[in-house]
Design a protein around this ligand. Structure first.
Ligand code: PNS
Length: 165
């Protein structure tokens, strides 16, 4: 039986921190579904769900079908169960992440105890990377090269220019 994990998040956009967590997950799972969460009522993202999915697919084009990218609305645990996933993967950077993750994991376990949440610790060179900070720094003219896959960097810089005009 294939071991399938869902790696959910906003991925607005995917960063090298996310890429690192996906590579680590591939050492443990046969397939990783990178799932872009989308709430039409709340979403203030820079990129549409389709754009976010396309960037993830581009970044993992060489992995074949071991990494799939998808977008979903609704409850994560329902999505994970519908995909036949046994685990949800989340990345941890610092202690500050823990409280939020602990709360979400506990709620997800309450909703669907059969789906386990697994935490992966990002490599130390990725501890400070977040999509939110990368967008902020890029929009203020800072250099974010090396923090995102190259194709994603190009799209981010294009989006910064569009948002300025
Ligand atoms: O990258 P993020 O923004 O920290 O990811 C948060 C995410 C997408 C994992 C979380 O908001 C989520 O699971 N959303 C789907 C809706 C849901 O199931 N909410 C209840 C979570 S306990």
């Amino acid at each position: 039986m294939k071991r399938i994990a869902v790696y959910p998040g906003s991925f607005d956009p995917i960063t090298n921190g996310h890429v690192d967590i996906i590579h680590r997950s591939l050492l443990v799972f046969d397939e990783v579904i990178v799932a872009v969460a989308f709430n039409p009522d709340k979403d203030s993202a820079w990129f549409t769900p389709d754009e976010r999915v396309a960037m993830i697919r581009e970044a993992f084009a060489s992995e074949g079908n071991r990494v799939r990218a998808d977008a979903f609305t609704g409850l994560l645990v329902d999505y994970a169960a519908a995909k036949g996933a046994t685990a949800i993967v989340r990345g941890l950077r610092a202690v500050a992440d823990f409280e939020y993750e602990f709360q979400m994991t506990s709620m997800n376990r309450h909703l669907k105890p059969q789906v386990e949440t697994i935490f992966m610790v990002a490599g130390e060179s990725h501890f400070y990377i977040s999509s939110r900070l990368v967008k902020e720094v890029a929009s203020l003219g800072g250099n974010v090269a090396g923090l995102l896959p190259d194709q994603v960097l190009a799209r981010l810089l294009a989006r910064v220019r569009e948002r300025r005009s």
